[in-house]
Design a protein around this ligand. Sequence first.
Ligand SMILES: C[S@@+](CC[C@H](N)C(=O)[O-])C[C@H]1O[C@@H](n2cnc3c(N)ncnc32)[C@H](O)[C@@H]1O
Ligand code: SF4
Length: 395
Amino acid sequence: MSDIASFSSPDLSGEVAREVAPEGAAALSLYIHWPYCSRICPYCDFNVTRDRGQSSQRALFEAILRDMRRQAEGLGPRQLASIFFGGGTPSLLPPDWVAELIAQAKRLFPYTDDIEITLEANPTDAEISRYQGFRAAGINRLSLGAQSLDDGALKFLGRNHSAAEAIRGIETAQKVFGRVSLDLIYALPDQTLDAWESELRAAAALGAEHISPYQLTIEQTTPFGRAVKRKLWSPPEEELAEGFYFRTQEVLESLGFEAYEVSNHARGKTARSAHNVLIWEGVDYMGIGPGAHGRLTREGIRTAMVSEKDLKTYTATADPIEAIPLTPSEAEEEALMLGLRLVEGVALNRLPTLPIREKAMPLIEQGLMKLTPDRLRATPKGRVVLDRLLFELLS
Ligand SMILES: C[S@@+](CC[C@H](N)C(=O)[O-])C[C@H]1O[C@@H](n2cnc3c(N)ncnc32)[C@H](O)[C@@H]1O
Ligand code: SF4
């Protein structure tokens, strides 16, 4: 988290920015959702829509700016700690729109020079001039959705790029941003553990500082969900899926990537995704854009903010549709669920009322959890069955 005692003099080339956050200003992360994609992947159930160059995209961009201003009103003193452009495919955004969104965020909130600003990108938008435009706009970390380095797997996943294009995208991103993360998907039908290991090794050799390998999740409402329901193919059984998980941990660990979270591996602490770590540690985040979620502490109450999903309605209203105050026990349960994802686990002072020591004891005896005077964490064995641990701890 940023040190609020060492504020920068914001360089906004003429923008009027608040100069310093008042002492004690709480950290705030910002998530901006851009829903357009050049093709909709058959496994994806994010709030996405096909990019057909709609003229309404400009109005959506303006609604996002409006939404950010409105949510900032009355929030109290905040220190902007990170910005994350997710999607959808935010690498389809014109770089000057990205620049305007960042400039407005910096006008609304004080920030430090080292603020992490990430943009998710598809290999299809990996031209160097475009990346340079994003860099000039303020993006300093790129998360590239390579998904696979195998052409057969990319075809199965319905991606509109080849492995060679993904590799070129990584190389270009390395040159322009330095900080690069790769998303990969594993546990595909017929994939072998050895083939996955080779892919992981090849990905690591490309030099990215961060890798997020995700197990393929079959979402009911997607074409993959329907295909599995019709028994056209099936994902690996539980035991093999576990095998994929453990092989991933082993291989990446041996290549110098620390598994600092269930699906996130970094070459050292500075390579972690600051944005995600802040959220898992319970810092407030503002979700902007259609279908975005946020958590804002307002008048001392942690509040779940939910934005309208429908693009047209969101563009017309630019307002979160729901602001649901969390009860103290709901807030604690959420802190536990998020905190246990991290290798360091959850700080016990975030769980003042849950009878956590007593509930954790049997899990500690089974080697699934560890308790220190100030933290509770899952062991590597426990992280595979995190849902079970949470069930036991919260039942
Ligand atoms: C919302 S996408 C945005 C990134 C970008 N549009 C792309 O596809 O490259 C973020 C990541 O979620 C992961 N993802 C999406 N759906 C998934 C699923 N059903 N199973 C596993 N991973 C998934 C992909 O790895 C993807 O890179
Ligand atoms: S995986 Fe990425 S590109 Fe594919 S539909 Fe989802 S957000 Fe769009």
